[in-house]
Design a binder for this molecule. Structure first.
Ligand code: ADP
Ligand code: G6P
Length: 475
């Protein structure tokens, strides 16, 4: 057996940053997987001597992957039962809906919990095998909340961080979870637990005090003889990279071409989501359809481009959502479209970064209206891509990014009338007002980019500061 290479920084996430896909010529190729976690960490780790422990998608034996941009890929295999009970079950049909305000009913099954424990143990063992003595392991997201505790048992020499990319729910909701105490204890294996928002740290501290009876403030929790620190570290994007991409002459030309292909309308509205019931796609379509029906929006002047890349496709709630969205898009196009002029351009394909940047450049209004979202990086990507300071961002109050992008057109997506009104305001925004808002948001994102996020989290975790220095000098 080849000797396992060890790293001083190990990232552990359910998903690796690459996904297998089939190229148009039938060859197998790797592409960046859509989703916020990968979008955040991928640019950060590039050229850093780190190991990423994760699942490569699929249920075969773990493939041996080459390094990607200097980062070692260490795959953890999932078999068909793990996929069904851990990934689709406990992670995405129990925790995901529970953590997103239970906008869909979370399901509880004992078999799913067993699989969650089993798979978390496998990830913990994989991380323990590749971390250097005294190294730093950074565990990501809701799929792996037991890993910090399990890893501490295996490797007490490590510094362990945990970051939750999704919301952490209020006690009233979390208390539903049948194995709530074990889950909290698992997270407390970390030295530092990071959340997207201060409200989440507060929820967590309250729960730890209530369920485990531990002394807890919104910053520190006493566990045995250790202190676990908690706090808000809102995740971000590689702002400069997106701005550089969006400003490239070929991307500008591509945006012009896209506008032409859309019929050179006065207004282009864009939405880019994973096909997920948390994203508020149905509410947005309803608002748009009512604006078309009332004549406030006319198909020839305005087009909506809805990108909705399918996600978690075997989970029933996702299948139902896709059917409903596609029925509604069909109905709206049937009712309001004309020959060669659909009311909604509906696309379910994954796009590369260049095409996404061109789409952002062409969008006069970006509609980001999730019912609940940990952060929502699409909103930040749009702002970063508006290099000429034009464009308007319609943003849900329930997205984590709303706490930072205060100059957006903020909206409660549950309120259909408000959604319609704010969409019209964004469409009719005076250019000077829109420009001022966009400038302020872009300035914020240039200061608070993905490197600033990593610096603030890792310097809190790694008291020696050596890792932060290395990350700052890489990429
Ligand atoms: P989530 O993590 O819930 O999917 P985010 O908005 O935080 O939501 O992150 C989504 C990420 O996935 C963004 O970086 C976005 O650019 C990317 N993405 C979304 N749709 C596509 C698509 N069709 N093709 C490629 N990337 C996509
Ligand atoms: C969200 C989660 C990530 C996840 C991503 C895509 O961003 O926080 O952990 O990777 O969605 O979902 P998927 O199920 O395809 O990994």
């Amino acid at each position: 057996m080849p000797e396992m290479r060890q790293s001083s920084l190990v990232v552990v996430a359910n998903r690796l940053p690459i996904d297998d896909s089939v190229a148009p010529d039938g060859a197998c190729e790797w592409r960046r997987s859509p989703g916020g976690l990968v979008s955040a960490l991928h640019p950060l780790l590039r050229h850093t001597p780190a190991t990423w422990v994760g699942w490569a998608g699929g249920t075969g034996p773990a493939p041996d992957l080459p390094d990607v941009d200097g980062v070692r890929m260490h795959t953890v295999p999932l078999d068909a039962q793990d996929l069904r009970d851990h990934y689709e079950g406990f992670a995405n049909a129990t925790l995901w809906p529970l953590y997103h305000d239970a906008v869909e009913q979370p399901e509880y099954h004992r078999r799913w919990w067993e699989a969650y424990q089993r798979v978390n143990q496998r990830f913990a063992e994989a991380a323990a095998g590749v971390a250097e003595p005294g190294g730093l392991v950074w565990v990501q997201d809701y799929h792996l909340q037991l890993v910090p505790g399990m890893l501490r048992e295996l490797r007490p020499d490590l510094r362990i961080g945990f970051f939750l990319h999704v919301p952490f729910p209020p006690p009233e909701l979390f208390m539903q979870l049948p194995r709530r105490a074990e889950l909290l204890r698992g997270m407390l294996g970390a030295d530092l637990i990071g959340f997207q928002r201060a409200q989440a740290s507060h929820n967590f501290a309250q729960l730890v005090a209530k369920v485990l009876g531990l002394p807890a403030t919104d910053r520190r929790i006493g566990v045995d003889d250790r202190v676990v620190r908690i706090g808000a570290y809102p995740v971000s994007i590689d702002t400069a990279e997106m701005a550089a991409l969006a400003g490239r002459p070929d991307v500008t030309a591509r945006a012009r071409r896209l506008r032409h292909d859309l019929g050179d309308p006065e207004h282009v509205i864009l939405s880019v989501d994973r096909m997920d019931y948390t994203k508020g796609i149905e509410q947005r379509l309803k608002a748009y359809s009512e604006l078309l029906a009332s004549g406030d929006v006319k198909v020839r002047d305005t087009v909506l481009v809805q990108v909705a890349v399918p996600s978690r496709e075997r989970v029933a709630q996702y299948q139902i959502l896709r059917e409903r969205v596609e029925r509604e898009v069909g109905r709206i196009n049937g009712e309001f479209g004309r020959v060669g002029e659909p009311a909604i351009h509906y696309l379910t394909q994954p796009f590369d970064r260049t095409e996404l940047a061109a789409l952002y450049r062409v969008a006069d209004v970006m509609a980001v209206t999730p019912l609940r979202d940990g952060m929502n990086l699409v909103a930040k990507e749009y702002v970063a891509a508006r290099v000429d300071d034009s464009g308007a961002l319609l943003l849900s109050e329930f997205a984590g990014s709303a706490a930072e992008l205060e100059q957006a057109y903020l909206v409660n997506p549950h309120d259909l009338e408000e959604l319609k009104r704010m969409l019209l305001s964004a469409l009719r925004a005076a250019p000077e007002d829109a420009g001022e808002r966009m400038r302020a948001m872009r300035a914020h994102l240039h200061r608070h980019d993905i490197r600033a996020w990593a610096r603030s989290y890792l310097s809190a975790l790694d008291e020696t500061g050596s890792l932060v220095r290395r990350l700052s000098s890489s990429g």
